[in-house]
Design a protein around this ligand. Sequence first.
Ligand code: FAD
Length: 392
Amino acid sequence: MTPEELAAVAKAKAFAEEHVAPNAARWEWERRYPLETIQAACAIGLNTIELARQHGGQGLRFSCKLRAFEEIAKVDFAFAFALINHHNACARFARDGKPEHVARLLPRMLTGELIGCAGLSEPGVGSDFGGLEMNAERIPGGWRLNGAKAWITNAAVAGLSVAYAQTDKSLGYRGIACFAIEAERPGFEREQPFELHGGHAIGVGGFRLVDYVAPDEALLHPPGAAFKAALAGINGARAYVAAMCCGMLQASLETAVRYTQQRTTFGQKVIDHQGVRWKLVDAATQLEAARLLTYRAARLIDEGKAYAIAELVVAKALVRSWLKLAQVVVPLLLVAVFLLQAALIVLVAALGMLLAHWIGTAGGLAVAAVVTLAIAGLLVKIAIDKVSKAGK
Ligand SMILES: Cc1cc2nc3c(=O)[nH]c(=O)nc-3n(C[C@H](O)[C@H](O)[C@H](O)COP(=O)(O)OP(=O)(O)OC[C@H]3O[C@@H](n4cnc5c(N)ncnc54)[C@H](O)[C@@H]3O)c2cc1C
């Protein structure tokens, strides 16, 4: 990272230790969204790390944002999650919004007066994003929206949602468009936030749109472009959530090491029991590996190689194909073995015939036939067993 990026990460860490760590448990006990601390974070630019400079942001890389929020998540994952969602809404609205719309609302978002959120999920639609049901109908000068969003981070307080709606169900995911939805406009109904134990600071909840009219200026992505844009955002989210989980794990590991260094059992520090050390060392090793993979994913995103994630999917598919191939090839090999065994049977039968010819009696012929059939039957059974086992 550049010195500027290192400074941004250090600033996030200092803010988290001074303003978030002492309050995180209290927010959870009070079951509330820490709006005043989110706004304090906005005041020192923690919502503008990746925002383009022309919009008043710092224009730093995705990797820098990821490292900064890893530091914040070390002290409170929920707060970090709420703040990064607001950060992303600011950056997306600034990038995709119409200039006059952005000029009117972005300054309020930058101070945290207007909190942003991303509205993809619905009460009946989550991972199957292409099947979303919020409806957008074209009307003169804009769009009329009806439907509900659920499980939306920051929905408890959000004033602007980057939300997705279906304009034509027959087009499937190609019919999805993206809008900037303002909570202050008629037709926006906020719903009661969810009781998310351990995560009240996320402010996760939902809202309903009832004949909400989004003017043309609020269209962020037209039908056909919105789905792709949403998936690009999800790629980034996978990487930064992984980094935030690394932050949480780091904090947990440090707590465990501190505690086991203090506590004594059976005449020695808990950490001096070898079984405990092994567990801590395993966790530290896995954390290091996870962190390196996460940083690599972030670097690929910065280099515009988000397709690396697709490569992973392809690699997984290849392994699956190899397994399938093995299921075909192994039985084929066994069939070859079976054919060899059949050749052996013919040889044994020929020897039997020779034996019968040599003995020259009907009894000798019968003995040769029985022995030949018994060996052949045994070989066939072994071959069939092997083929059916390999097929499974
Ligand atoms: C704390 C929190 C914050 C969130 N913040 C936001 C937000 O800001 N914005 C937003 O839009 N959404 C948000 N979400 C919603 C989140 O994106 C969804 O929960 C997620 O997409 C999964 O959807 P779902 O919960 O409806 O599960 P479903 O899609 O209903 O899936 C249910 C189960 O079935 C499994 N499953 C589904 N499809 C398949 C499949 N094809 N093959 C195998 N298994 C499958 C899933 O893995 C899951 O276990 C948030 C959720 C939480 C918990």
